[in-house]
Ligand binder design. Structure first.
Ligand code: XIL
Length: 394
């Protein structure tokens, strides 16, 4: 029955392709792209329909992870956690670690060149402490989320002092309370075409490539207890091998310069529509190489976009769950992986609602996270629970 339905939809897609052949070129290429991803989604749908995603018991993700000496947690915001009590309770139940989604970025912390505002960050740190959660820091150095005054104020003469003062003050403020800091975020971007694949970020322009080393040293001095991580995206799929190589080389360079980098954060913003090839072997080989440098690995911002997936909610959730399960079962095989954080906990609050690149063409609300908008556990939650339960002790 389901197979028949799928065949009918496949025929509709083929018919669509035929119709497009009679239209103008640009309309055709745009339409073809969409049809291609719809066909890919149908393929995935067929592949995942056998899975049960069965989970034993009701234990929250934090307990399942802790039982394996792993951490599960999520990104959370002051705005939602302080106003939505039901959500906050859920967050505390499921998570053993909290990372502020925006509150520790420059834009949020630095109203002016000489000012620091820790109000929201402190609220989140206390929320974590009250609920017996660890607290992550995100992020000390990034090319985005810089305050408006930055461009007019920071120049080659004062950039080093500005960077060092920021790290000293912020990492110093939270010293002793932070499990791990994303010291530098997204410093590699091959598309910019610069040496070593470094991103053409304001920091690189102002200080040259040594800003990364500098930042790690300053963070270690300000908070000797925190695990210091380099965090980046675009490391997950088969065709992202060049980025993995560039990041590995960066980590090697930092180590050889004596920079106190101790972990790699892998953002893992994943796609459900099967448009990219996932190659677990290649990803695991990369993780082993990172571990061989003596580094830990954290999955820091996991979520799965349901863009281009079918409108039908249960079909969609099933594919998203399968992506979670495939990804986590692969990465958790590497014992250097010590934590998994999703970028949000519930579809009620997800950055995909605002990110144009992740919005659905049918306008339906996105469903990338473990809990739905009503805070009910989805199959994605089951997928995470299963992989945590199946992994070996750290
Ligand atoms: C995102 C937040 O989720 C959004 O709310 C904000 O508008 C932009 O930043 N990589 C990162 C995160 O390292 O800081 C980003 O967070 C998502 C991509």
């Amino acid at each position: 029955m389901a197979k028949n339905r799928l065949m009918t939809r496949r025929r509709t897609v083929m018919l669509g392709l035929g119709l497009l052949a009679g239209m103008g070129f640009s309309t055709v290429t745009g339409g073809l792209k969409q049809l291609k991803s719809q066909m890919l989604a149908l393929d995935v749908q067929q592949r995942v329909k056998q899975r049960t995603f069965a989970v034993a018991g009701n234990a929250p993700l934090r307990d399942r992870a802790t039982a394996k000496k792993l951490l599960y947690g999520a990104a959370g915001e002051y705005r939602t956690l302080s106003s939505d009590k039901e959500f906050a309770a859920c967050f505390a139940r499921e998570c053993a670690i909290l990372v502020p989604e925006g509150e520790l970025k420059w834009k949020a912390l630095r109203p002016g060149p000489d000012q620091f505002d820790f109000t929201k960050g402190d609220w989140l740190a206390e929320f974590a402490q009250t609920h017996n959660m660890l607290f992550r820091g995100h992020t000390l150095v990034w090319h985005e989320a810089l305050p408006k005054w930055f461009a007019d104020t920071v120049n080659k003469e004062n950039a080093e002092q500005m960077l060092l003062k920021h790290i000293k003050t912020v990492a110093g403020h939270y010293a002793g309370k932070i499990h791990s800091w994303d010291v530098v975020n997204e410093a590699v971007f091959l598309e910019d075409g610069l040496p070593d694949g470094l991103r053409n970020s304001p920091w690189l322009q102002l200080l040259g490539p040594n800003y990364i080393n500098m930042a790690f040293r300053a963070a270690a001095a300000a908070d000797p207890q925190a695990l210091l991580a380099y965090n980046d995206f675009g490391l997950d799929y088969q065709d992202q091998e060049p980025k993995r190589v560039a990041v590995l080389k960066l980590l090697e360079r930092l180590k050889s310069q004596g920079a106190p980098v101790q972990a790699l954060g892998i953002q893992a913003h994943l796609w459900g529509d099967n448009s990219r090839n996932f190659n677990p072997k290649m990803l695991k080989a990369f993780l082993r190489n990172v571990a061989d440098l003596g580094l830990k690995v954290l999955i820091t911002e996991l979520d799965v976009s349901d863009k281009n997936l079918p409108s039908d909610v249960s079909a969609r959730d099933r594919i998203v769950a399968a992506v979670y399960e495939d990804y986590l079962s692969a990465v958790l095989e590497e014992s250097a992986v010590i934590a998994v954080l999703t970028w949000g906990l519930s579809d009620r609050y997800t950055w995909f609602d605002w990110a144009d690149s992740r919005k659905r063409a049918d306008g339906l609300p996105v469903r990338p996270l473990p809990l739905d908008r009503g805070l009910k556990r989805k199959l994605a939650w089951n997928a995470i629970a299963r992989t945590l339960s199946q992994t070996s002790n750290r």
